[in-house]
Design a protein around this ligand. Structure first.
Ligand code: NAD
Length: 419
């Protein structure tokens, strides 16, 4: 029992146990790999529009300080808790190690229902959260980024708050900022584009013709919408999407550019088309070639895994598949090609890293350069994962995690135990 105990943290811990068993890591080393180095809980009081004061709970977990500064998103959601944030920080450590970034993982969150606060209150909360975190973050200590419920505007407020405190503009304190405020071109699209790029690589490996292929996407926020846009551009028919308001289905393929414009102005897919409305609980099991869960954790449990009908599972979200579902996926026929989250959605942190590098150097790249370098890192990690999975006859997830854990463990052991 730890302060992190809860279903999402247990899931990350179970995944690490599977990998540690595979790598024969001695028992006394395992806690050091699993347990977060540092975690911070803060109270964020803000004045509401009606003049009253409300207090929101905020968290930041820095998992692993061995490889460099920590890096990770900040989630604004009503269900966020310290265990979920810790699990997300662990996955960030693994993701950064897998694709070769000089970071440990971190994650943050504020427990807030965004449908119940105004834009002014959101700004006050964003600024107060960053202000409370100032003693614990820094461009070479811990660098925040967007995650579920936060966006470029929130990152601009974070950056401004930190810069006001320092008395100078410090763009490199967060990534995922607007381009006009020191962000990089290609960051907004990076995660979704990376998901689609890797899905396309698997499609060519499985000889699936994009012009005859279909895709289904759960979640139509930053990751889901840009993954949909890119898959649509590759020629796939995106036959269904869902978000927290419901789902849409059209076997002829949804008009993704129109849906993106609609969601961009309305904030969700609600109201796009009455005729296309569909039961969201059926979305994951719709027959399709590429399934992209791009919303929340643990949506694919053992039962859902039995009923999946996709050929490729491209994990846009963090932790969408439980360890029990993994066991089902490893043994089921026909096989489903799994692109595990720590690889599949790593395009976001890869381009966040590029943003940080550009901010530190004050030298900015063209979008082609950003995309070329993003795909280069993703392709390299994809090939290493496949080679490892094949050589050791293990699942893609275990292979990807084994590569990442080995890297972190080697660095940790070389540095030794202080004092
Ligand atoms: P977002 O807030 O932009 O979008 C989240 C989407 O999920 C929204 O469309 C929301 O309506 C939908 N959603 C929420 N609950 C849902 C539910 N129960 N069923 C169906 N849809 C639901 O968030 P995002 O940044 O796109 O993040 C989505 C996932 O991707 C998260 O797991 C996040 O950790 C992960 N991720 C994000 C990034 C990034 O760069 N933003 C990078 C890597 C991983």
């Amino acid at each position: 029992m730890t302060i992190y105990s809860g279903p999402v943290f247990e899931m990350a811990a179970d995944q690490l146990t599977v990998v540690a068993d595979h790598l024969n890591i001695p028992m006394d080393e395992r806690d050091r790999l699993l347990m977060p180095k540092r975690s911070i809980t803060v109270s964020c009081p803000i004045r509401r529009d009606d003049g009253t004061i409300a207090v929101f709970e905020g968290y930041r977990v820095q998992h692993h300080l061995t490889m460099g500064p920590t890096k990770g998103g900040t989630r604004f959601s009503p269900s966020v808790d310290i265990g979920e944030v810790a699990a997300l920080a662990i996955w960030m450590t693994l993701k950064c190690a897998l694709v070769g970034l000089p970071y440990g993982g971190a994650k943050g969150g504020v427990r807030v229902d965004l449908t119940k606060i105004s834009r002014r209150e959101l700004e006050a909360l964003s600024r107060r959260y960053m202000q409370e975190m100032i003693p614990f973050v820094g461009p070479h200590i811990d660098v925040m980024a967007p995650d579920m419920g936060t966006d470029e505007q929130v990152m601009a407020w974070f950056m401004d708050t930190y810069s006001m405190y320092r008395g100078q503009t410090v763009t490199e304190i967060v990534t995922g900022k607007p381009v006009a405020s020191g962000g990089t071109v290609g960051r907004r699209e990076a995660t979704g584009r990376g998901v689609a790029h890797l899905a396309k690589r698997v499609m060519s490996q499985l000889a699936i013709d994009a012009s005859n292929a279909t895709a289904v996407i759960q979640g139509f926020g930053n990751v889901g919408s840009y993954a949909a846009q890119e898959l649509h551009r590759f020629g796939l028919k995106v036959i269904a999407v869902s978000d927290h308001t419901g789902a849409l289905h059209d076997s002829r393929g949804l008009d993704i550019p129109a849906l993106m414009r609609h969601a961009g102005t309305r904030g969700s897919i609600a109201g796009f088309s009455k005729e296309m409305e569909f039961d969201p609980s059926q979305i994951l099991t719709l027959p399709c070639d590429v399934l992209v869960p791009a919303a929340i954790e643990r949506v694919i449990d053992a039962e859902a895994a039995e009923n999946l009908t996709c050929r490729i599972l491209a994990e846009g979200a963090n932790g969408p598949t439980t360890p029990e579902a993994d066991l089902v996926l490893q043994n089921r026929k026909p096989e489903i090609f799994v692109l595990p989250d720590i690889l599949c959605n790593s395009g976001g942190v890869v381009v966040s890293y590029f943003e940080w590098v550009q901010d530190l150097q004050q030298l900015f790249w063209e979008e082609e350069e950003v995309m070329r370098r993003e795909y280069q890192l993703l392709d390299r990690a994809f090939e290493r994962m496949l080679a490892r999975a094949k050589a050791e006859k293990i699942s893609n997830r275990i292979a990807a995690m084994a590569i990442a854990v080995e890297k972190g463990r080697t660095a940790m052991n070389l540095r030794g135990l202080f004092p």
